[in-house]
Design a protein. Structure first.
Length: 243
């Protein structure tokens, strides 16, 4: 996956991309899934727009940000690249309602909807700024006890799904989750797979499952994830945010 006349940073990312693609392919084979069953989303938070250009030159078409201010700057800088390559921007961070207008304008998918009020704000923003529906994923908390890292409780998921499905301007696309910190991800992703199957029974179009990161993507693939969110394994340790 080396680009012609690549600079050292591009070569570094290309080598990392090959390793991650191999991991996904092996995980798919182990799980008895086709190799194209899983889409890689490159998480580019805190990395410069030039790294997004490098990823696109290497064939990546899905990138993610988790802070609106940073995402707005990058999407504006890379607007032409987005228009000419089909680059898709994913928003994966916790989102405040007052940022909904911004995010709905540039994101192809919002992964972190966890309450009706946020869904309503995104729906209103999507109706104002888009010609089509905004794809949203419901973030489910897999943490035991309080949902301290964001996400709707599993018991509240059906009601939130119905709410989003009925919101003009949004399309309920599926679920997202993060494995609990310091715990075996397998049981959490198995539970997520069950929740996803129940969601699809009521909302057949909600087929996207966003789970798995650099350290645990294999476990997520084994339990049916369709999209993995990988940052460190692709781009290295994160630089300090400016400011």
């Amino acid at each position: 996956m080396n680009a012609p006349d690549a600079d050292p940073r591009t070569e570094e990312i290309a080598a990392n991309l090959t390793r991650v693609a191999d991991r996904i392919a092996i995980a798919c084979a182990t799980a008895g899934r086709p190799p194209n069953a899983v889409t890689l989303i490159a998480v580019t938070k805190t990395f410069p727009a030039e790294d997004v250009r490098r990823l696109v030159s290497l064939g990546v078409r899905d990138v993610a940000e988790n802070r609106d201010q940073e995402a707005r700057g990058k999407t504006a800088e890379l607007a032409e690249l987005t228009a000419t390559t089909g680059l898709r921007w994913h928003f994966v961070g916790q989102l405040q309602r007052n940022k909904a207008n911004h995010v709905a304008a540039y994101a192809s998918v919002v992964h972190s909807v966890d309450r009706p009020e946020l869904a309503d704000a995104l729906a209103a923003a999507a109706r104002r700024s888009r010609t089509g529906d905004l794809d949203v994923l419901l973030q489910v908390s897999l943490d035991p006890g309080a949902a301290h890292r964001g996400g709707v409780r599993p018991l509240d998921l059906p009601a939130l799904a119905d709410h989003v499905a009925g919101a003009t301007g949004l399309r309920l696309a599926g679920l997202m989750a993060v494995a609990p910190l310091g715990a075996d991800p397998e049981p959490a992703f198995a539970r997520l797979a069950d929740l996803a199957a129940r969601l699809r029974a009521d909302h057949p179009g909600a087929t996207m499952l966003s789970a798995g990161m650099s350290a645990d993507l294999e476990a997520a693939v084994a339990h049916g994830t369709t999209h993995v969110r990988v940052g460190t394994a692709l781009l290295g340790g994160r630089p300090r945010p400016v400011g």
